[in-house]
Design a protein around this ligand. Structure first.
Ligand SMILES: *[C@@H]1O[C@H](CO)[C@@H](O)[C@H](O)[C@H]1NC(C)=O
Ligand SMILES: *[C@@H]1O[C@H](CO)[C@@H](O)[C@H](O)[C@H]1NC(C)=O
Ligand SMILES: *[C@@H]1O[C@H](CO)[C@@H](O)[C@H](O)[C@H]1NC(C)=O
Ligand SMILES: *[C@@H]1O[C@H](CO)[C@@H](O)[C@H](O)[C@H]1NC(C)=O
Ligand SMILES: [Zn+2]
Ligand SMILES: [Zn+2]
Length: 457
């Protein structure tokens, strides 16, 4: 019954802060990656299939950093969400439900069963709440091979999500894994859920297709109509465009798709009030600028629930604590006002007792008035120019898992990934940011020592 814990304080804080009637809240969760094989009773060196034979000597009741989530962690996560904010206006769920295991250990039936289990626990924990749900690249078999056409998995998933989808949404979902509807049936507000797995470079089925499942032309029309009807829009998806901040030059989208996505956002930025993605398992964000250079849109990348240390070559110790995120927004304009990230210190919860706590509140941690594109641009500038903010951002990036220092190379990786979604602009940023750090070594060391002494919070 660690259910009530440190959250009480926060709840009081939120309630007392609720002076403005335009304020609403919603959850965003992602990358639950349930590993049904997790078994503390196992006699082998590894307690789960998703560790890929990495030993798990510290495995505990809520999981292990080398494993995907055990059911106890999934259950704990949903309970924590209910304890913190039981009646959100809606929930955004951006996919990746199955464990990181070879295709041979899964199959269409196991993948659908796992999606069904997670759908079930979300539905039973939040029976009255609308969920906007996007598929992740792990929600298909074989993984990442989402077809640009009708298939059994889209069909079965649409049926499982029946209560969350309008009938028109169900139709497009079955064809391309995407849909749009009015946000909570309200005039002037809209949600666009994309299937960006179609743009993932691992997806062999969409390699030579210009507009897989006609999603780009569909989205273009939806956003154009939204402008005509004076609507504001949230965009939701799993794999984001741009670069992974933990590995230099690592992008997910194919080049032409990345370009086309940026064009889409630039063209329709006047109606888009926020973009919500997962896939990274880390906490970060991505900026979009107009051709004149002013900030026009932000992707909020939410951390994963799975603590799984990535096996992506070149990433060192890329694990995270389980994280969940609540947004505060203006219910009339969809302006994103604030962001609260909560987490479970997995080591602590395994050792002492189940505990979820607030990690940070965006406006407080980065001293900005809200989470608008202009404010997020300021956050980015602070991270780029101030070692204290960089280090704070870096610790949040892994949800307080990796507390080592973010050095000069690390700074370039993160700053350029956040600032530049475009492939060429990113390359230029890496050269430019790298070039500016040629100050004499001793001076740089001294300066960073002085600055780190000044990081008071
Ligand atoms: C799920 O969490 C509830 C509330 O903490 C607890 O009573 C229940 O035993 C948990 N179930 C599992 C399977 O962990
Ligand atoms: C998952 O769903 C299957 C039915 O599809 C059910 O038999 C099983 O008990 C569920 N597991 C959990 C942990 O809820
Ligand atoms: C939303 O609107 C659709 C179509 O008008 C209707 O079928 C549905 O019942 C409404 N849902 C809610 C929750 O009001
Ligand atoms: C997490 O818990 C462990 C064990 O209690 C502790 O050593 C560590 O400092 C904690 N991490 C954070 C970020 O609080
Ligand atoms: Zn994932
Ligand atoms: Zn993914």
């Amino acid at each position: 019954m660690a259910g009530v814990w440190s959250i009480i304080l926060l709840s009081i804080f939120i309630v007392s802060d609720r002076s403005n009637a335009m304020r609403g809240y919603f959850w965003h969760i992602s990358d639950l990656h349930w590993d049904p094989s997790y078994d503390l009773g196992s006699t082998s060196a590894s307690k789960c299939a998703s560790s890929g034979d990495r030993p798990t000597p510290n495995a505990g009741i809520f999981g292990d950093y080398s494993c995907d989530s055990p059911w106890t962690l999934i259950n704990s996560t949903l309970n924590a969400m209910r304890d913190i904010m039981p009646n959100p206006d809606f929930i955004i769920w951006t996919g990746d439900d199955t464990p990181h295991v070879p295709n041979e250990q899964l199959g269409v039936e196991p993948v659908l069963r796992i999606i069904g289990n997670l759908t079930h626990i979300i539905k039973t924990t939040f029976p009255k709440t609308k969920v906007y749900s996007a598929m992740g690249n792990h929600d298909y078999h074989p993984k990442s091979q989402m077809p640009p056409e009708k298939n059994n998995i889209y069909e079965q998933t649409a049926n499982m999500w029946h209560d969350w989808l309008h009938s028109t949404s169900k139709e497009t979902f079955k064809i391309g894994g995407y849909y749009t509807e009015k946000l909570l049936n309200q005039t002037g507000l809209r949600v666009v859920v994309l299937n960006t797995n179609l743009y993932y470079d691992q997806n062999k089925l969409t390699e030579n297709i210009k507009d897989p499942a006609d999603q780009f032309s569909w989205a273009d029309k939806v956003l154009q109509d939204a402008a005509k009807n004076n609507e504001k829009v949230y965009i939701i998806g799993h794999v984001p465009p741009g670069f992974f901040e933990k590995k230099r030059d690592k992008a997910w989208f194919r080049k032409e798709f990345n370009k086309r996505y940026i064009d889409l956002i630039q063209k329709h930025s006047a109606v888009i009030q926020g973009q919500f993605f997962g896939h990274h398992h880390t906490d970060s964000f991505r900026m979009f600028y107009s051709s004149k250079g002013s900030p026009i849109s932000t992707i909020f990348v939410t951390p994963g629930v799975t603590p799984w240390i990535t096996t992506l070559p070149g990433v060192i110790n890329g694990g995270n604590n389980p994280g969940i995120r609540m947004f505060e927004y203006d219910t009339k304009t969809l302006l994103v006002k604030d962001m609260f990230t909560y987490y479970m210190n997995l080591t602590y919860s395994n050792k002492v007792h189940e505990r979820w706590e607030k990690e940070y509140r965006l406006t407080e941690a980065f001293r900005v008035p809200d989470a608008s594109p202009a404010s997020m641009h300021s956050v980015m500038e602070r991270i780029a120019s101030d070692k204290c903010y960089l280090q704070k951002y870096y610790e949040f990036n892994s949800v307080n898992y990796d507390l080592t220092e973010c050095n000069a190379d690390c700074r370039i990786d993160h700053v350029c990934a956040v600032r530049e979604v475009d492939f060429e602009a990113y390359e230029k940023c890496v050269v430019k940011e790298g070039g500016s750090s040629t100050a004499p070594v001793l001076f740089t060391l001294l300066l960073s020592l002085i600055l780190s002494l000044l990081c008071l919070n």
